[in-house]
Ligand binder design. Structure first.
Ligand SMILES: [Zn+2]
Length: 454
């Protein structure tokens, strides 16, 4: 027989049904009986005003009993009854590991703190529990009032796009975020977008001009998609609305975190027209400009598979783009092809995979599957999810990128007037470019260059 302790706690957010101490204790006793554990003692804390992280007397007594070895099993109603902060969780993990304490909860089953994956799940659940409180809004308001009374700033800085309560959208900033997402999807580099924002006086949440890292971090925030996130993992729907639709935000994230993305300007202080856009026809790597003898040339970044003179290749591509946009039927380029509902199906399939990942994590947390089974499942589902998310990405805003060019009387002149970044965006949107080995010898040859309309 395992000598067990029950731990119950009233906390400030426990006005919800079934969270009263008596109910918690009854549920825990029932669980002890099912497990065949003997309840040695019930530890109770009243934590009503415990924002300040004040000590909980019975919790401390409980830890001492565990440490002394008089308690071998612990039952709580939910893991969030045990720990109020990641710091407390870490202390608890240390103790559980040292003493081999067995932990069971009424709401999420066994808590396995003996393996790295078990601890990861506990940390994830801990983070989720803290967010999932139905009374989040009330808690935040009370916290804000407390902070204000104590003269503290409002829980760190206000996230860009949101009011101080972190739940209400600030429309003026949300519009900036939506526009930025649209431009990233169209292929515009971040530094070009933030240069534009700074020039228009649209600064960050502290009223300072944007820098590249801060702007990138803001766009990578899952909160804008109405999603909760913990350590870079999506944790499901949040209590607040979305500024950017989730599929759009995921597409932005994929672009911004793509290691192949070329963001470093070349020697001339800007990116060349086709850097990172044109690809090697031999190995598929992106091309960048390097120097071969006296001339600049696009070359394969992986190895020296292919090389083409920079000026000639750019002239060729520009001529093709301008010719296409000058045709009478160019307006057709503005509307993306109908995909027959393919994207919508990918959106739904991706959602199902996310649910299966959640289910797997929950099954693991309640001891239904092992860490190895969980690893197998996630190992299969993660790549599947990545593929589906790519297919679920919304199409770039073609009219926004091409509209002016298509409606211009003189397309060549309009092209000349575009910024280098804007030209890259147009090329990226219109063409897939691969450069294979051409004929040997001097001069420029279009042999081996494949331009495919997107
Ligand atoms: Zn190559």
């Amino acid at each position: 027989m395992i000598s067990a302790a029950i731990y119950v706690r009233i906390s400030s957010d426990s006005t919800g049904e079934g969270l009263g101490v008596a109910r918690q204790e009854a549920d825990c006793r029932a669980l002890a009986e099912r497990l065949g554990w003997t309840v040695a003692e019930v530890y109770r804390d009243n934590d009503i005003s415990a924002y300040s992280g004040r000590t909980r007397p019975d919790y401390e007594r409980l830890l001492a009993a565990v440490d002394a070895g008089t308690v071998r099993g612990l039952i709580a109603w939910h893991p969030d009854r045990l720990h109020r902060s990641p710091k407390e969780l870490e202390r608890f993990i240390d103790l559980a590991e040292r003493t081999g304490l067995q932990i069971q909860t009424c709401q999420s089953g066994a808590v396995d703190l003996s393996s790295p994956s078990g601890r990861m799940v506990a940390r994830m659940l801990g983070a989720t529990a803290r967010y999932e409180s139905e009374h989040k809004a009330a808690r935040i308001r009370r916290k804000l009032a407390e902070n204000a009374a104590a003269g503290k700033p409002h829980g760190g800085h206000r996230p860009y796009g949101w009011e101080v309560d972190r739940l209400t959208i600030r429309e003026s900033e949300a519009a900036v975020l939506r526009d930025a997402a649209r431009r990233v999807l169209a292929g515009e580099p971040l530094r070009s977008i933030l240069r534009d924002l700074n020039a228009r006086g649209l600064h960050n949440a502290s009223g300072k001009p944007w820098t590249h890292p801060t702007f990138r971090n803001v766009l990578l925030h899952a909160r804008h998609a109405g999603l909760r996130e913990y350590n870079g993992q999506e944790m499901g729907q949040a209590a607040w609305p979305a500024i950017i639709p989730p599929e759009t935000w995921r597409a932005v994230r994929r672009i911004l975190t793509n290691p192949e993305r070329v963001t470093t300007p070349g020697r001339a202080g800007r990116l060349h027209l086709l850097s990172g856009i044109a690809r090697c026809g031999v190995c598929g790597s992106p091309l960048r400009v390097g120097h071969s003898r006296a001339t600049e040339a696009y070359r394969c970044t992986a190895s020296a598979c292919v090389s083409r003179r920079r000026d000639r290749l750019e002239e060729y591509v520009e001529a093709v783009v301008i010719a296409r946009l000058s045709r009478p039927d160019a307006a057709a380029l503005l509307t993306p092809e109908d995909d027959g509902g393919e994207r919508e199906r990918a959106v739904q399939a991706a959602e199902l995979v996310r649910q299966r990942l959640d289910d797997a994590a929950a099954s693991f947390a309640s001891g239904i599957i092992t860490a190895r089974q969980l690893a197998t499942i996630t190992g299969q589902l993660r790549p599947e999810l990545a593929t589906l998310e790519a297919a679920a990405a919304p199409p770039p805003d073609r009219a926004g990128v091409l509209g002016e060019l298509v409606s211009a009387g003189d397309v060549a002149a309009a092209w000349e007037a575009l910024s280098p970044d804007a030209r890259r965006t147009v090329v990226r949107l219109l063409l897939e470019i691969t450069v294979a080995r051409g004929r040997r010898g001097p001069g420029f040859s279009t042999e081996g260059i494949t331009l495919t309309w997107r």
